[in-house]
Write a protein that binds this ligand. Structure first.
Ligand code: PLP
Length: 455
């Protein structure tokens, strides 16, 4: 406890945690996590918590994997750093080949970054340069979905569709436009017909391309399952229709798999789960299970073709993109995926996870349970029959004032998000099984019951 207090005091004085209210940090409310094992982490006070969010949609293989630490140490001893910048090293080469083999279709070329936002930035820049090289220089705009999160650098933030994150940084990179997401629970049309709703939502992309001018639109950025706003899986046929639209208008389909990549939905990539072929996959997070930072943009042969011409280059890069230690960890992580069949494990257990979470639908505060694989959102409502939402003030009191702290104290780390309506997000490590599902359900049940009593 003395250590815990000293750490909190030091953090209060000097640390600036991301997306955190500094007032809470200064008040000493910051949990300090010191150790992890399997699906659990422990804080500096010795409190054990089930990691219901895999850190931040990251720790696919679970905590405390000695072999990933060993892979990092071995690579650091042999060659700690050399850039993938006019040079290469074996770990990056081998990982690029492995990724090209794991991704669908002709996504054969891998450009490494340090994280997800950089992969998204890279994809927008690549789309712009590609269209310049093939003689369509006006194509520079991008389309994404309402409330989707794609990163925080100024290009990625322009693509991000969460107004509250953007307003204070305007003007951002111009040319990013929004279409509706696939929140069928609050669908403006066709809420009772997933196929019609999916068709309508996909067609909004065509409407936006027509409105902006087809000659000016370069790419559409979509997550297989949209995270922010509350976990929106694609309705049946949605991505097939999006693909048709992208082909008809010559617009690139970027599958942002920073969360959905590496098994989250029960397939290696979300594009495989939902049966569509993207032109680019962006990924990060689960690529190393978080044991070292790494992201990647994986690109189709067609986009690479103009860059094969003599003297043409993609003039873009990051010092740490494809860092040797991260790449070595990525390889060891993919070894775990293969040896333990983590993706198959998720696919086999996903129905049980869904069924366990759906038991919570008998609580008056739970309006909707939605998601896929090991990736769920639980939407909280004031009135289940009318789907009446909590007001912003009620939502603030409920989520920040009570739920975040109460869930953590009860032994569950997850996220209570209010980018749209209040949603509890779950994305546990892929090693989890029924024991963990039951624990998650029982903590949620008792804490949500208390939350309802307090309203
Ligand atoms: N894209 C998606 C879909 C994400 O969820 C995130 C991060 O959560 C990003 C991009 C940005 O990734 P990073 O935080 O590694 O820059």
């Amino acid at each position: 406890t003395t250590d815990a207090d000293a750490l909190r005091r030091s953090a209060a004085a000097h640390l600036w945690p991301h997306f955190s209210r500094l007032s809470s940090v200064v008040a000493g409310e910051l949990p300090v996590i010191v150790r992890g094992e399997g699906a659990y982490v422990w804080d500096a006070r010795g409190h054990k918590v089930l990691d219901g969010l895999a850190g931040l949609f990251v720790v696919q293989a679970g905590h405390g994997r000695g072999e990933l630490a060993e892979a990092a140490a071995k690579q650091a001893e042999q060659l700690a750093f050399f850039p993938v910048w006019a040079h290469a090293h074996p770990a990056a080469i081998e990982l690029a080949e492995r990724l090209a083999n794991l991704t669908p279709g002709d996504l054969d070329r891998v450009f490494f970054t340090s994280g997800g936002g950089e992969a998204v930035e890279s994809a927008w820049k690549l789309a712009k340069q590609y269209y310049k090289l093939v003689g369509k220089p006006l194509k520079h705009k991008v389309i994404s979905r309402s409330i989707a999160y794609h990163g925080t650098t100024q290009g990625a933030l322009a693509i991000t569709g969460i107004p509250a994150l953007k307003q204070m940084f305007e003007p951002l990179v111009p040319g990013a436009f929004r279409v509706p997401n696939t929140n069928i629970y609050r669908a403006p049309e066709h809420g009772d017909d997933p196929v019609a709703f999916g068709r309508w939502a996909a067609d909004q992309i065509a409407v936006a391309i027509e409105a902006e001018g087809p000659d000016t639109v370069a790419a559409v950025f979509l997550e297989p399952v949209q995270n922010a706003g509350g976990c929106f899986p694609p309705p049946p046929g949605y991505f097939q229709r999006v693909r048709e639209i992208c082909d008809a208008y010559d617009v690139l389909l970027v599958s942002d798999e920073v969360i959905c990549g590496f098994g989250r939905t029960g397939a290696m990539f979300g594009a495989q789960r939902y049966g569509y072929q993207p032109d680019i996959i962006t990924c990060a997070k689960g690529l190393t299970s978080g044991y070292a930072p790494l992201g990647a943009m994986i690109v189709s042969d067609r986009l690479v073709e103009p860059f094969l011409r003599d003297t043409t280059m993609f003039a873009h890069g990051y010092t740490f993109g494809g860092h040797p230690v991260s790449a070595a960890v990525g390889l060891a992580n993919l070894d775990i995926f293969a040896r333990e069949d983590l993706v198959g494990h998720v696919a086999r257990n996903a129905p049980a996870f869904r069924a366990t979470l759906e038991r919570l639908l008998d609580l008056p505060i739970v309006g909707d349970v939605r998601g896929d694989g090991y990736f769920y959102g639980i939407e909280l409502v004031k009135d289940k029959t009318t789907k009446e939402s909590f007001t912003a003030a009620e939502s603030e009191r409920l989520l920040r004032g009570f739920l975040s702290g109460a869930l953590y104290d009860a032994g569950l780390y997850c996220r209570a998000d209010d980018r749209g309506d209040p949603v509890i997000q779950l994305s546990p490590p892929l090693i989890c099984d029924q024991t963990h599902f039951d624990e998650i359900e029982s903590i949620l049940r008792s804490v949500l019951t208390e939350a309802w009593a307090r309203i």
